[in-house]
Every structure is written in structure tokens, then in C-alpha cells.
Ligand binder design. Structure first.
Ligand SMILES: [Zn+2]
Length: 313
């Protein structure tokens, strides 16, 4: 059984690069998706080597060991009749336009706090995004697109929720589900299973539904002043990974507060991204460890929301 799963993982790794190529190579990616049981068909056509600058050589070598693809089995003509998935566009490698929105709580009543949007407000916002053709992606998708390139929906957007409030599950999740959207939730490790926060069962359910989880530190400490940087950033991540079996590849800085030391701690811990705040909607490699997120405040009317999403920087 183990060998079977290893085979699946290996096969997935082999097939993935087909989706990570640019332009013409999209054909190979589609091909590989449709023929997962016939690995030889996924062999990249010679056009891949014609545009080697799109991907670092190192990555190509890692994903496409030549010994697995003896030239005798190459059948590039098999891909000729297939067309690329019309719902996807190849993004990256390099800067990618994808607004990242930041929310905290969603309640059925106006609470007076700028961090709490109402369920009605949230519903209108998601409805608008849907009408405009936005599709949600994960932070991990964005990172992969920026680093090595990835097929993404035409208008990708990332919805993030900080702090792990249960009302997000109660009020935002059903709306997102109806829209076919997923989101990214940044958890405060020590607050889980307490009061109005997410519990293990909900995390499991959201994860099954495609939600992404990131770490938002052990105790929501202000990192530039923290004497427990290792614990806040890294040991907490290890515990989260062990407990939930999820990657926790992204870290959100509490209060979006960072300094050189805390960013370095996030990098050293092995995260692939750090989420902060900021005004950019175009994300390049140089900002992956303090990703710009635009906060949606409770006092935003629809026009302000639309501007926040569509203003390109
Ligand atoms: Zn927070």
C-alpha cells in the first residue's frame, strides 16, 4: 500500500511540471491531467526545451529526471490535438497580480469594530467578486506562481482571515461555499479550541473543503519586542503541523508588525511566505516574506471595497 501511495506521489511530481510550463506547454499540462493513468503521455514535448528561461534549470532537473523519460518513449504528437484549459492562465514566474484581502471577523450584527464586517456586507462583497469573475487561490498557489510559474484562474484573488474566529466558519464559510470560494485562515496556536475560536473539528472540516491554514504565532505576540521569537514563529508551527498534518507554509505577522529579525525567523523556520499588510496587489519574489494584504474594514461601502480590490499597484 505504501508503495502504491509512493507511486501516486511520484506520478504527481512527474506530472506537475506539465502544468508549470509557459504558453505552449500548457497543452502538456492539460494532457497530463486527462491521462493520469498513462504517465508516458505526460512527457513534455520538445517545445519545453525551446523556452528554458521560464524556469530555473535546477527545478527542471529536479522534476524531470531524464532517466524517467527515455527518448524512445517520447510521443510529442499525442498532445497536438488538445487545447489549453480556457479557465486558466499561466502566471509567473515573476510578479503576479492577485489582490490579497484581509478580514478578521464576520458577524450578523454591526459591532462597531472596524475589524468586524457584517454577514450582509460580506455577502455583497463576495457576490460582486463572483460577478466580476474573480476566483480564489491560496497563498501557496501565489507563491508557486511567483517562484516557478503556475496555471491560475484568469482573475485570482486571495481571501485571508486572521486570528481564527469561529464566526468566520459560522457566517463567512457558507457564503464562500455557495460561491465555490475557499480562503486562507491564519491561526493563533495557543488560542485554538477556546471560546469563540476555531476548534479541531472545524479546522478539519475547512481543510477538507480546501481552505488553507497558516500560522499567526503562538500567542499573537508583537514580534519586534518578543523574547520568544523561536517559540512564536517556529516551535508553534511544528506543533501545528504535527497536530493537524497540514503544511502551515505561510506565517502572518501579528499586528502586521515586523522587523529584520522577525522576517529572518520566518525564513529560517522554513515558511515559504510571510503575510503582512500593504497596498500592493502585484506580488514579486522580493515581497514574499511580507506579502501586501489590503484590509477590508467594517466602514467600507461597496465603492470603497471595489476600489480596494481593483486598484492595481
Ligand atoms: Zn491578528
Amino acid at each position: 500500500m505504501k508503495r502504491f501511495w509512493f507511486g501516486i506521489v511520484l506520478l504527481t511530481m512527474i506530472l506537475t511540471p506539465g502544468c508549470s510550463q509557459v504558453n505552449l506547454n500548457v497543452v502538456s499540462g492539460k494532457e497530463s491531467e486527462q491521462n493520469q493513468t498513462v504517465p508516458t503521455v505526460a512527457i513534455p514535448s520538445p517545445t519545453i526545451t525551446a523556452s528554458p528561461t521560464h524556469m530555473p534549470t535546477q527545478t527542471q532537473t529536479a522534476f524531470l529526471p531524464s532517466t524517467l523519460f527515455p527518448s524512445a518513449t517520447l510521443r510529442p504528437s499525442a498532445t497536438a490535438s488538445l487545447t489549453p484549459d480556457p479557465n486558466l492562465t499561466f502566471y509567473g514566474p515573476g510578479p503576479v497580480l492577485a489582490p490579497i484581502l484581509m478580514y478578521h471577523r464576520v458577524l450578523n450584527y454591526a459591532s462597531g469594530s472596524e475589524y468586524v464586517v457584517t454577514t450582509e456586507q460580506f455577502k455583497r462583497q463576495i457576490q460582486w467578486l463572483l460577478e466580476q469573475g474573480y476566483q480564489t487561490i491560496s497563498v501557496a498557489d501565489l507563491v508557486e506562481a511567483v517562484r516557478v510559474g503556475k496555471l491560475l484562474p484568469h482573475k485570482p484573488i486571495i481571501l485571508t482571515f486572521d486570528d481564527g474566529y469561529r464566526d468566520v466558519y459560522q457566517n463567512a464559510y457558507p457564503i464562500l461555499q455557495a460561491a465555490g470560494y475557499t480562503a486562507t485562515m491564519y491561526l493563533i496556536e495557543k488560542s485554538l479550541n477556546e471560546g469563540g475560536n476555531l476548534n479541531d473539528a472545524i479546522i478539519e472540516e475547512l481543510s477538507q473543503a480546501g481552505w488553507e491554514f497558516g500560522n499567526h504565532s503562538a500567542t499573537h505576540a508583537y514580534l519586534p519586542d518578543s523574547k520568544n521569537l523561536e517559540e512564536e514563529v517556529c516551535t508553534s508551527r511544528t506543533r501545528l503541523i504535527e497536530k493537524y498534518g497540514l503544511p502551515f507554509d505561510s506565517f502572518a505577522y501579528p499586528y502586521a508588525a515586523k522587523d529584520e529579525k522577525s522576517i529572518q525567523a520566518v525564513i529560517d523556520c522554513g515558511y515559504t511566505s510571510g503575510a503582512g499588510n500593504g497596498s500592493f496587489t502585484i506580488h514579486g519574489e522580493e515581497r514574499l516574506f511580507f506579502l501586501s494584504r489590503r484590509e477590508i474594514k467594517s466602514y467600507f461601502d461597496m465603492q470603497r471595497f471595489i476600489t480596494t480590490v481593483t486598484d492595481v499597484r
